[in-house]
Design a protein around this ligand. Sequence first.
Ligand SMILES: Cc1cc2nc3c(=O)[nH]c(=O)nc-3n(C[C@H](O)[C@H](O)[C@H](O)COP(=O)(O)O)c2cc1C
Length: 309
Amino acid sequence: MKLALAPMQDVTDMAFMRTLHRIGSLPDVFLTAYFRSTTTTCALAEHNLRCIDENETGVPILAQLAGSEATPLLRDAAFLLNRPGVAGINLNAGCPSPLVNRHGAGAGLLRDIPRFAEVLHSLRGMLPAGSFSVKCRLGWEDAAAEFPRILDCLAAATPDEVGIHARTRRQLYGGTPDFSYVQQAVKHLPCPVLANGDIGTTEQATACLQQTGAAGLMLGRGAVRNPYLFRQLRGGPSPTQDEMQLYYDILIEETGRVLLHKRTEKGHCNRMKKYLAFCYSDFTAEQEYQLRRCTSVAEMRRILHGGKD
Ligand SMILES: Cc1cc2nc3c(=O)[nH]c(=O)nc-3n(C[C@H](O)[C@H](O)[C@H](O)COP(=O)(O)O)c2cc1C
């Protein structure tokens, strides 16, 4: 079973990847958050490039591109693929941000199937075997009507791997992922398929794999809440309370290390809150309230340790 860390802008970043490495719970592959690829800009986000250039984990990393036009996508794919440390290019066909979708990118590609097909075809033509993957949703608003066409496009373009977040764009992050469509994709596509969406426990992972027959899983929010999930899915133990505290400590340390000279006490806490947003359900309402208000790293650590230093 292949395990991937799902890309999450400003969350599954370099500090988080390094933290996974230090706690010894690793996926087979990382994906960067998306680089926006447009005709007017070739400025590729610095913090995403750092994820690649300063990847010290030994885990291969795919660079993700979000765009809607073949020419800039090909330009940026070539630039990124030539960069040492990039193991492949992933096309984002799932981002639901209105800003991105307005330009036809992210999940916006699924609203214009001929364009989606063209972009897939162009990237496939340029990228060597083994280096082209796609991450998509089930469609823009109606999976039953749209997903078969999306699958036909993918089957024709022959990417090397497809990750599927089992929701439509209309669902954003709400409702329940429908893994029956992932099962459909596994049957229809010649390449490996990774299932994605709301997998936060080994039981959910097992049920999803059994239902879909997917080659693997892509974990996002579940891995931020419990980063030991990768270890558990490889047969390792669930984390102890001490291990969870170690996780928070290392994440604080690695976040500080990434911020470096830009680090201020408040800025450091704010960075931590981006991860903690997915962990609050493991804390009491009072702890959550304190964590949300916290502006001191020492205080944050104390709360994360359940009130002990
Ligand atoms: C804060 C946040 C940022 C995200 N950024 C990206 C991104 O840059 N690229 C992408 O393909 N998906 C992005 N996603 C979607 C996730 O990769 C994933 O598909 C989604 O969260 C469902 O999986 P999960 O339930 O395991 O988190 C983002 C999701 C969240 C919550």
